[in-house]
Design a protein around this ligand. Structure first.
Ligand SMILES: Cc1cc2nc3c(=O)[nH]c(=O)nc-3n(C[C@H](O)[C@H](O)[C@H](O)COP(=O)(O)O)c2cc1C
Length: 174
C-alpha cells in the first residue's frame, strides 16, 4: 500500500495529463485514480491525498458541466457521513490565465472548501508570482490554495512547477 492517493477529474484533458505527470514524479509512493474509480472505501486506505480539477467557468456547481464528478462525489461523502479528520490534502488546479484572467483556477476554491468541510487539512499553497491573472477565488495574500497549472499558455513550466511543489509538500510528510 502506497501512502498517497492522487485523485483527479476530468478525464482525457489537461487535468488528466497533469495528474499523470505528478504521479510519474512520485510513483514510488503514490497511487493514481480518476474520480470515477475512486470511492469512500479508498479514503480509509490513505492519509495523504493530492487532488486536482479544472475550472470550466460555471459560477455555481449547479450550472457546471453535468459530466463533472466532483459534485456527486462530495454529495456521496456527505451522505455516507465520511470524515477526513486527520487526513492531509494538497490541491492542484488547471486553468487559463489569459482567456479567464479574472477567474483563474477559481474551481480550486471549491475543492478547498469541500475538503475542509470533510475535516481534511489542506496543504500545498503556491505563490501566485509568475502568472498574468488579475483575479482568482483560489488566491489569498499572494498565494494560491494549491498548485496552479496553465497548460494552455505555460505548459513548458508544468514539470518544474510540479517538481518544486512536490518538494515543498514532502516537508509536510507527503
Ligand atoms: C467553457 C470553458 C470555460 C473555462 N473557464 C475557465 C475559468 O473560468 N477559469 C480558468 O482559469 N480557466 C477556464 N477554462 C480553461 C480550462 O480550465 C483549461 O483549459 C484547463 O486546462 C482544462 O483542463 P481539462 O481539459 O482537463 O478540463 C475554461 C475552459 C472552457 C472550455
Amino acid at each position: 500500500m502506497k501512502k498517497i492517493a492522487i485523485v483527479y477529474w476530468p478525464l482525457h484533458g489537461n487535468v488528466s495529463r497533469a495528474a499523470k505527470k505528478i504521479h510519474s514524479l512520485i510513483a514510488e509512493k503514490a497511487d493514481l485514480f480518476d474520480l470515477a474509480s475512486f470511492s469512500s472505501l479508498e479514503i480509509q486506505q490513505y492519509d495523504y491525498f493530492i487532488v486536482g480539477n479544472s475550472t470550466v467557468g460555471a459560477d455555481a456547481w449547479q450550472d457546471a458541466n453535468t459530466k463533472d464528478k466532483w459534485l456527486p462525489f462530495f454529495k456521496q461523502m456527505e451522505f455516507e457521513e465520511i470524515s477526513m479528520e486527520g487526513k492531509k490534502v494538497a490541491l492542484f488546479g488547471l486553468g487559463d490565465q489569459i482567456l479567464y484572467p479574472d477567474h483563474f483556477i477559481d474551481g480550486l476554491a471549491i475543492l478547498k472548501n469541500e475538503f475542509e468541510k470533510l475535516g481534511a487539512e489542506i496543504h500545498g499553497e503556491w505563490s501566485s508570482e509568475g502568472y498574468e491573472h488579475t483575479g482568482s477565488q483560489a488566491e489569498k495574500h499572494g498565494k494560491f490554495f494549491g498548485l496552479a497549472l496553465d497548460e494552455d499558455h505555460q505548459d513548458n513550466q508544468t514539470e518544474t512547477r510540479a517538481e518544486k511543489w512536490l518538494q515543498q509538500l514532502s516537508k509536510f510528510g507527503f
